[in-house]
Design a protein around this ligand. Structure first.
Ligand code: NAP
Length: 241
């Protein structure tokens, strides 16, 4: 139980990759705070299953981020933040509207920034802590129809490197995980043609499962990750090679 005694926040932990990460961190002994924007029922079900706590909070709101961190801190020794909450609003670049651009940047990049900004003073004082940002392989290889999304995840990777450098002396490690195509609600609406194209690009010829992303987050948060910072770990069945 390598995370025994730690409190971990997983944003967007109500389903998909975030729920799998919440389960994995709880299995390692952490008390997990599962955050969500709107789906209280799912978040509470995840929290109940793992002995954690569900807290509502929109990562697009500074006030919500600060409240979530303050409430999580009340639960114990807050040591881990997983910035997982994310959205898509796809379209070809020439058709993406301002609000699609702004929303995706604001949730994916802005949300990870706001949550990290709220938690960093706590981890800094603790002189030991972990942030894992869920990026995407689209930041590295691009993806048709996702100029906004891939840019937001590129920002997450760049921010990861910078925060890692800023916080290294305080023994706070900041890393990113870049999943490929994973079976969740986010990919459920892919058209047959898009799915066929995606599969043709993946050497392992299948989508990944959320449970195949969670173990690396556990590893980074645990004793195996104590000398790793500023890195991006690709988990994608060979897509980005
Ligand atoms: P998902 O099934 O759509 O779940 C998204 C989660 O984020 C939900 O819990 C949702 O909560 C939460 N969320 C969305 N907007 C939020 C906001 N403004 N504030 C707080 N929470 C918010 O997505 P997923 O596929 O598991 O993706 C999880 C992460 O992995 C995302 O960052 C995504 O970009 C990344 N990723 C996914 C894939 C993939 O193929 N699935 C690939 C690469 C990277 P509510 O339901 O309450 O809104």
């Amino acid at each position: 139980m390598e995370l025994e005694g730690c409190v971990a926040i997983v944003t967007g932990g109500s389903r998909g990759i975030g729920a799998a990460i919440a389960h994995e961190l709880a299995a390692a002994g952490a008390r997990v705070v599962v955050t969500y924007r709107s789906d209280a029922k799912s978040a509470e079900a995840v929290a109940e299953a793992i002995g954690g706590v569900a807290i509502q909070g929109d990562v697009a709101s500074t006030e919500d981020c600060e409240r979530v961190v303050a409430e999580a801190k009340e639960l114990g020794d807050l040591a881990i933040l997983v910035n997982n909450a994310g959205v898509t609003a796809d379209g070809l670049a020439m058709r993406i509207k301002d609000d699609q651009w702004d929303r995706v940047m604001n949730v994916n990049a802005g949300g990870a920034f706001r949550m990290s900004r709220a938690v960093l003073p706590i981890l800094s004082r603790r002189r030991d802590g972990v942030i894992v940002n869920i990026a995407s392989v689209t930041a590295l290889r691009g993806n048709i129809g996702q100029a906004n999304y891939s840019a937001s995840k590129g920002a997450v990777i760049a921010m990861t490197r910078t925060m890692a450098k800023e916080m290294a002396r305080r023994n706070v490690r900041v890393n990113a995980v870049a999943p490929g195509f994973i079976e969740t609600d986010m990919t459920a609406d892919l058209s047959d043609a898009a799915m066929e194209y995606a599969l043709s690009q993946i050497p392992m010829k299948r989508l990944g499962k959320a449970s195949e992303i969670a173990p690396i987050v556990r590893f980074l948060a645990g004793p195996g990750g104590t000398y790793i910072t500023g890195q991006t770990f690709v988990v994608d069945g060979g897509l980005y090679t």
